[in-house]
Design a protein around this ligand. Structure first.
Ligand SMILES: [Zn+2]
Ligand SMILES: [Zn+2]
Length: 276
């Protein structure tokens, strides 16, 4: 199975390979810079080459670049939109430099413009990108707090349909649960996956952010928990990691580092839940 974690690039992006191996992962995710500020990726060619070689020789992949949290594709504000598009362009260019297949982005918040307008803004913002060959932008399912879009599978489908880019989707299990898809039982997982397939199409699902949730289904609250220890719980997690249509999808963990449990513990837990 392909399972890994969101690891740090501190000290150089090539260090992410060793960090991934240290926690027992064989694929994973990185930020190219601090996600809380507007900053450009700054990766020299030596680091990039070492990252590519390390990935080729020691991991299965894929890698995902998670874009900045400041990016808001749905925004009605011109300056924020321009900054968001510029930031995303730099992420897809960094992905090409690193040989990374996917750049993951949240749609963002419409901040009063309305759902329809917000989704149209997101699609047209994505259309402004010049995405290099070999790189695909993934729109991530959201917890749907406030005016953030992407909580409903329909939102993601609307953007995929309206955009001229070849977009695919990343399903975050904690976000989907918070947005109202009950993944805590085998039946709930079955229903959610079937709905995803009907609305979006499972062929568009390229990554699962596998996270448990500290908050109940439908609360729109986004706080990740250790695998099997949140409100999705062990039954739900077991159903997700063994669901036939999800078995080949790369799983990337964004679980907390607390209670003495980090990524290594959580990845091991996923491997234990997986049945052969
Ligand atoms: Zn995310
Ligand atoms: Zn996520």
């Amino acid at each position: 199975m392909r399972v890994g974690a969101h690891v740090s690039i501190a000290g150089g992006v090539d260090n992410a390979v060793e960090r991934q191996l240290d926690v027992g992962g064989n694929c994973g995710q990185i930020f190219t810079h601090s996600p809380q500020v507007w900053r450009d990726p700054d990766i020299d060619d030596g680091e990039a080459e070492r990252f590519r070689a390390g990935t080729r020789e020691r991991l299965d992949g894929p890698w995902v670049i998670h874009s900045s949290y400041l990016v808001n594709l749905c925004t009605p504000k011109d300056d924020l939109r321009a900054k968001s598009v510029d930031s995303m362009q730099k992420e897809v260019d960094a992905a090409a430099q690193l040989g990374v297949e996917y750049v993951n982005v949240h749609l963002g918040a419409h901040t009063g413009a309305g759902t329809e307008r917000g989704l149209a803004n997101a699609a047209s913002a994505l259309d402004e990108l010049d995405v290099p060959d070999g790189v695909t932008v993934l729109v991530e399912s959201d917890a749907g707090s406030g005016t953030k879009l992407g909580g409903d599978f329909e939102h993601l489908a609307t953007v995929l349909e309206a955009s001229d880019q070849d977009l695919d989707v990343c399903l975050d299990t904690a976000h989907a649960f918070a947005a109202g898809y009950d993944l805590s039982t085998a039946t709930g997982v079955e229903n959610a996956v079937r709905e995803f397939d009907d609305v979006i199409g499972l062929d568009r699902l390229k990554c699962v952010h596998l996270n448990d949730s500290k908050h109940a289904c439908g609360t729109n609250k986004d706080e990740h928990a250790h695998i099997g220890e949140g409100l999705i719980g062990e039954e739900g997690m077991r159903a997700i990691v063994n669901y036939p249509d999800l078995r080949d999808v790369p799983l990337v963990l964004e679980t907390p580092n607390e209670d003495g449990k980090g990524f290594a513990w959580n990845i091991e837990r996923v491997r234990e839940l997986r049945e052969n």
